[in-house]
Design a protein. Structure first.
Length: 137
């Protein structure tokens, strides 16, 4: 499997993990020092910090049998040596009960680093997107 194919596979698994706060996937596929700039406008500066958020969000779900709706488009995957990044657009519809409901368009970046032959998530950034501002897309 090529590095690009592996990153695409990890990206798809990561997107699926985000639909139901799969802490097992995230814990096994992220660096201990992962940095995470979340859609909720807060930053999480370690694997344990983001895993704690995911655990809290999962517990807040009113229906734990139902995955969130998360669709992606316009993925661009780049691999250079031991670094890779995936940039893309997404739409999310999360229901965390009384804690928060989120339905929005967003843009995201995943940065993956290879160490000891394994690709691990090193950084994730997700923020709301509104096309057309000041000539942007």
């Amino acid at each position: 499997m090529s590095d690009t194919d592996r990153i695409i596979q990890l990206h798809k698994q990561f997107v699926t993990a985000n639909t139901h706060e799969d802490v097992e996937f995230l814990g096994g596929n992220s660096r201990e020092d992962v940095t995470w700039y979340n859609l909720n406008k807060s930053n999480y500066m370690s694997r344990e910090a983001i895993l704690n958020l995911w655990r809290m969000l999962y517990e807040a779900r009113p229906d734990k049998t139902k995955d969130a709706v998360l669709s992606t488009r316009d993925e661009i995957v780049t691999v250079v040596g031991d670094a890779a990044w995936v940039v893309y657009m997404l739409h999310v519809d999360y229901d965390f009960g009384e804690l928060r409901k989120i339905t929005t368009a967003a843009r995201a970046t995943e940065i993956w680093r290879r160490a000891d032959g394994e690709w691990k998530l090193a950084h994730f950034h997700c923020s709301e997107h509104e096309a057309g501002n000041m000539g942007g897309q």
